[in-house]
Design a protein around this ligand. Sequence first.
Ligand SMILES: Cc1cc2nc3c(=O)[nH]c(=O)nc-3n(C[C@H](O)[C@H](O)[C@H](O)COP(=O)(O)OP(=O)(O)OC[C@H]3O[C@@H](n4cnc5c(N)ncnc54)[C@H](O)[C@@H]3O)c2cc1C
Length: 397
Amino acid sequence: MTARRSATVVGGGIAGLAAAVSLLGAGWRVQVLERSTAFDEVGAGLAVTRNGMAALDGLGVGEQVRAAGHLTRAAGTRDQHGRWLLQLPGSTDPGAPTVAWGVHRQRLHGALLGAAAAADLVTGARVTGLVPGAPDGAPAVVTWTDDDGEHTVTTDLVVAADGIRSAVRGVLFPEVALRYSGWTSWRAVVDDDSTLEEGFAPSWGPAAEFGALRISGSELYWYGYVRHPERTPLADELAAAVELFSGWSADVRAVVAATDPARLLRHDVHHLPRGLPGYARGRTVLVGDAAHAMLPTMGQGANSSLEDGVCVGRLIGEPVAAGAPLAAALTAFDRARRPRCRQMARRSALTARFGAHVPGGLPQVLRNAALRAVPAGPAAAAGAAVLRWEPPVSPAG
Ligand SMILES: Cc1cc2nc3c(=O)[nH]c(=O)nc-3n(C[C@H](O)[C@H](O)[C@H](O)COP(=O)(O)OP(=O)(O)OC[C@H]3O[C@@H](n4cnc5c(N)ncnc54)[C@H](O)[C@@H]3O)c2cc1C
């Protein structure tokens, strides 16, 4: 029996809490340092796809998230006028690869927070420095500040889950640069109790994508992903969105028009186009956007973060608690996660290139014609490969 190990998780978003839950399950002592004054989630909704739900099941909160969300399926893609470009066959059978659950991000985050309650959850704690330690030698040292000043904590494992602008990544990989995609994204939840059910079918227009997803019986989440210069404010966000989608289908216009301006968010979209050379350094492992911020065009950022979370427990927490060397466990994590997340990031970039990033005019006409010619069966099968993921079995058994 080895002594109880300690982990410090930097960041209490979806990736950090998922990692905390899986480490607690493996018997570790876990501290989560979150810079915000409360554990909360900014944002609107998201689609938990089959792989994300498999991760949530592995974390023990799948049923809770299913109950908090709305069962739907990927139905295909439309053009901006609402005409089908690709219509996918499929069912909402929970085992089908096209199945998804629309969920409010705060409800997903709340389920993970409840499951992480046994951790030492610290708010107002901004991590400012890290000594990554050595897997079979010196412990890691994390420096953080709060209203009382500077603190340090010595720990067996650091999980860097501090998001797209990760301070930990900046320390470990200062050469890796975040890149602006050229696109920005509005997101909002609107009250809607219509019973129209056709599945999730984003629309591709000129240099833009619009998607709406039911997240409960009375709420619809929508996003509008559009080309826009970085850090460029708009005088009236909702008026700009209404104007941009004014030539789109009546359904799109109606959802945008129903938006409460106070509930409309907009974020510039950045990513790590080349990924990282490794997800582990010293005693530190990187997860979520800190490790693999990807374009949102496959809807896999949060889903891959959930996968990371359960893998931290299965591939690091459980074997190390059973006596395996940390170095081997970190290598196993990197080998399992990096190729998969690179594949997702590349596919997201490819989807953007042939989807939302295609400008209007001839390129759009040609793309639409090509997509209409694609047989639905093989298209669904290609997407299914990524979604048919199951958490690994721990080598500790
Ligand atoms: C427009 C858009 C739409 C998207 N839609 C989807 C979708 O439909 N499906 C999907 O799967 N994904 C989607 N994503 C991606 C998804 O939102 C992210 O991939 C996911 O939230 C990443 O989670 P995270 O925990 O890694 O990071 P975050 O959610 O950013 O959490 C990081 C946490 O770390 C904290 N933190 C940061 N720095 C420090 C510090 N120095 N010290 C302490 N704490 C710190 C932050 O306060 C935050 O709580 C979308 C993204 C965008 C931009």
